[in-house]
Every structure is written in structure tokens, then in C-alpha cells.
Ligand binder design. Structure first.
Ligand code: SF4
Ligand code: SF4
Length: 448
């Protein structure tokens, strides 16, 4: 079997402090939920109000935001405000769980999405607040509308690429809910007017890919006119990032003689949520989250309600073996720092981790560049990070300022990971404000 992989740079890594993603444990229902409100949105509930599970509690300001739903039934006790690591003020409804669940534990009621026009599917996806759950949290309906309304051929690429051990939550989801991922891909394809579906699957997970294809073949929703393929891809980081994934899909396109047109990439969590919205008329209420890091006693993927406080997840994983020096969400190299354990799990938090001193890359021990060339060897874009770093530090304009069409560093973080002098190469070159610190991984930009 031919495996498609990007040719230059990249790294292989593992992280024993990340959970495996072989399975997920269902987290306890949170007694207190913290439901973040969308920026500029309109809250539909306030202190003292009763809310139902799945009820709309805040409307997005516009199509660039997503509606928010209560993930548990109960009473809103108050409005919480806190500053995140970037200094931005966040607001959330704090709900004390009480009363009965209307969806949890009840038989699923299916709705025939097959009879819906693309615009109606997009309306459902928007109504139930579905966002791109593995990346920046862009509303999925807006992404699908953009594709659906742009003339020309387009292909939906499903990213099942596990080049980063902190993607364990996606791995567990694909293993436990392949039917939802497969059906979600057909719904997204119809909503976005795609003419082909391509599952890009890490070679080491080809069995998972076969299971997804089997779901597609067996699903009575399968539209025989829509071709579906699997492309085995490499597992070297950053294979899952947009640029590297598009590169290998284009290689496959050339090899097979297809014409794929524009590519849109979605991850498995987004597709499962799209399926729940269109087939069950259900908002995003929960997600798979990888919980781990060197400070965590029992790393584990947890299937958890959104709004669960991060501290509760750590407690369910046995708590800390010692005082962590850093806590963050996302993949460790770039994750969002967590300032307070009462901060909630949000739609885009696929991992939360806590690090002990020594497991984190010690940037205070930064040295001078020794011109070892390690950073050049791993850069997938063929840059010389050493030279760029020195140039930027001296006040030199980046390449985009000089030529907007010039390729720019996409912040994968490979150079920074291997630098023996611990220089903050990736953060500076990609213009990122900083990252959460790494126990040995190298994600530097969003997946998807
Ligand atoms: S890896 Fe670090 S020390 Fe080595 S050349 Fe690059 S910047 Fe300099
Ligand atoms: S962070 Fe930028 S410079 Fe560093 S390896 Fe990745 S693409 Fe290259």
C-alpha cells in the first residue's frame, strides 16, 4: 500500500504522559457547569432562570459566532467573569444541575436529513451551534456555506491523522463512533456541495480507516453517486496540519488522475457533531477530551459534558502526583494556558494537560544559537529558522511584509522542539504570542 507523506523535515514523537485513545471513559455529570457566552452574543437566560438540557441559552452575534446551549438541566446561579491568559474577559452562565435530562439516556429520535436541501442542513448545523471542534472554532455552517456557494468542484477531506499523541480524543472518537463520523461526512458533503469524500488516515490506523469505509458502505444513507476513498498518510508530525495534509492529498490526486477541486478539511469531532445536529436535532453537549501530562496520575480520554470545570476532569483522572507548574488545553506545544481550574471545557478543547517541573521545556534556560543546524533539518517548509530568527530579532521585516505571496512559517514548532538552546523560534517566526510549553510534542498551529 502506497503511503503519502510530505517529503521534507518533520519529526516523529511520542509522549508517554498522553492517554492512548484506545477507549474513553464517560465523565461524571458536573454538579456545576460553566457555560461560556459568545463574544458580543445575546444571553437568553440569566441568574435565577431554569434551563433545560440542550436549551438555547445564548445567541451568536453574527454568522462568525456559534449559538450556545445548556449542557445540563438546572438553575442559573450567576454570571461569572474571568480573564484568560491573553487578558480577554470571558463571561459564562454558571448552572447548578437539577431536574431531569431530556436527551441523556433517552432513545435517539432520528430525523431524515436525506430529504433536506443543502441550505436546510446548513440551517440545522448553525441552529445547533456546531463549530470546527479541532481548530479555531469557526462555525461549520459558515464554512459549508462558503463552499456550497462557490462554483466549481470541491472535495471534503476527513482528517484522521494521528501525528500528535495529544489527538488521542479524536482517536477514541473514531474507534467508538465510526458510524457518526461516516454519516457526518455525508451530511457535510451534501450541505457543502462536495463531489467527493476522502478519508485521510494515518497508515498505522488503516484498520480504523477500513471501519470508517465499512460504515459508509453499510449506511443506508450512502449516496452511491458520491465517491468515497481512503488515502493512507504518514504519521510524521506535522502531517495533520492543513498545509502538509493538502500536499499529500494533491500527490494522491495526481497519482490517481482525479480532479478534486478545492479541498475543505474537517476532523472527526466536527463530523460527529454535524451528524448529531442534522440526524438527531441535537446541539453539541459533550466532547471527547484527552486528559494527561506528567502531573496527572491516570491519563485518560474522557467523554465529558461541555462546561465541566477542568479541575473536575483532573480529579477524575486521580488528581496530580505533585504540584503542576503548567496547566493548559489543546496540544501542549501551543495550548491555551489555564489560569484557574474552574475554567470550563469548551467546544474546541480536545485535550487538557498538567505538567510537572522538568517535563516542560525550560525557556528560562535559553542559550545562544550554536549554529547546529538542527532546526533547518526539521523544518517542513524548507526555511532556515536560525537565520529567520536572527533576522527577526534584529528588527527585519518578515517575508510576508515584503511579499504577501511568499510562504510564511505556519508555526508547526518542529524547529523549537529540537533547538538545544531552547530558543523560542516558532513563537517568534509565526507571530504567535507564546505557547503553553512542551513536554516533548511539537504542534504549532491549529489542526484542520
Ligand atoms: S537549532 Fe537552535 S541552536 Fe541550532 S541552529 Fe537552530 S536556532 Fe541555532
Ligand atoms: S515553526 Fe516555522 S520555521 Fe519552525 S519548523 Fe515550523 S515552519 Fe519551519
Amino acid at each position: 500500500m502506497k503511503v503519502y507523506s510530505f517529503s521534507r523535515g518533520g519529526i516523529r514523537f511520542s509522549d508517554p504522559s498522553a492517554p492512548t485513545g484506545d477507549s474513553a471513559r464517560v465523565a461524571f455529570l458536573p454538579g456545576i457547569s460553566v457555560i461560556p457566552l459568545p463574544k458580543g452574543g445575546v444571553a437568553m437566560a440569566g441568574a435565577g432562570d431554569w434551563v433545560r438540557e440542550g436549551m438555547l441559552v445564548a445567541r451568536a452575534a453574527d454568522e462568525n459566532g456559534a449559538h450556545i446551549h445548556a449542557t445540563v438541566p438546572g438553575r442559573v446561579s450567576h454570571l461569572a467573569r474571568w480573564k484568560d491568559a491573553g487578558g480577554e474577559v470571558n463571561e459564562a452562565l454558571v448552572i447548578r444541575m437539577e431536574g431531569s435530562f431530556e436527551l441523556l439516556g433517552k432513545p435517539e429520535v432520528r430525523h431524515r436529513w436525506e430529504d433536506c436541501a443543502p441550505a436546510e442542513l446548513r440551517r440545522l448545523i448553525e441552529k445547533y451551534g456546531i463549530v470546527e471542534m479541532e481548530g479555531a472554532g469557526r462555525p461549520a455552517a459558515a464554512m459549508l456555506r462558503e463552499t456550497g456557494e462557490t462554483p466549481g468542484r470541491a472535495t471534503l477531506v476527513i482528517r484522521c491523522v494521528f501525528d500528535d499523541p495529544w489527538l488521542a480524543a479524536d482517536r477514541a472518537l473514531c474507534r467508538e463512533r465510526p458510524g457518526a463520523v461516516a454519516e457526518g461526512s455525508f451530511i457535510a458533503a451534501r450541505a457543502g456541495g462536495f463531489s467527493r469524500i476522502v478519508f485521510a488516515v494515518s497508515k498505522k490506523e488503516t484498520q480504523m480507516g477500513m471501519a470508517l469505509l465499512a460504515e459508509v458502505t453499510n449506511g443506508d444513507y450512502a449516496d452511491a453517486l458520491l465517491p468515497v476513498s481512503m488515502v493512507p498518510v504518514g504519521s510524521r508530525y506535522p502531517q495533520g496540519l492543513r498545509r502538509e495534509l493538502e500536499l499529500v492529498v494533491r500527490l494522491w490526486e495526481k497519482q490517481e488522475g482525479f480532479s478534486l477541486g478545492r479541498l475543505t478539511i474537517f476532523g472527526p469531532a466536527t463530523l460527529a457533531a454535524i451528524r448529531d445536529a442534522a440526524a438527531l436535532h441535537k446541539p453539541i453537549l459533550e466532547r471527547y477530551v484527552a486528559v494527561g501530562g506528567s502531573a496527572v496520575r491516570h491519563p485518560q480520554v474522557m467523554r465529558t459534558r461541555l462546561g465541566t470545570r477542568i479541575g473536575e476532569l483532573f480529579a477524575e483522572c486521580g488528581g496530580f502526583v505533585d504540584q503542576p507548574v503548567k496547566i493548559a488545553t489543546g496540544s501542549p506545544f501551543l495550548g491555551r494556558p489555564v489560569m484557574d481550574l474552574d475554567e470550563p471545557v469548551t467546544k474546541t478543547d480536545y485535550a487538557v494537560f498538567a505538567l510537572l517541573k522538568g517535563a516542560e521545556k525550560d525557556t528560562s534556560a535559553r542559550g545562544a544559537c550554536i549554529s547546529c543546524g538542527e532546526c533547518r533539518a526539521v523544518c517542513p517548509m524548507g526555511f532556515d529558522p536560525e537565520e529567520l530568527y536572527k533576522w527577526t530579532r534584529l528588527g527585519g521585516a518578515n517575508s510576508r511584509a515584503a511579499d504577501p505571496a511568499a510562504p510564511v512559517c505556519h508555526g508547526c514548532g518542529c524547529c523549537e522542539l529540537v533547538c538545544p538552546s531552547h530558543l523560542p523560534l516558532s513563537a517568534l517566526l509565526s507571530g504567535r504570542a507564546g505557547h503553553a510549553g512542551s513536554p516533548g510534542t511539537g504542534e504549532g498551529t491549529e489542526h484542520g
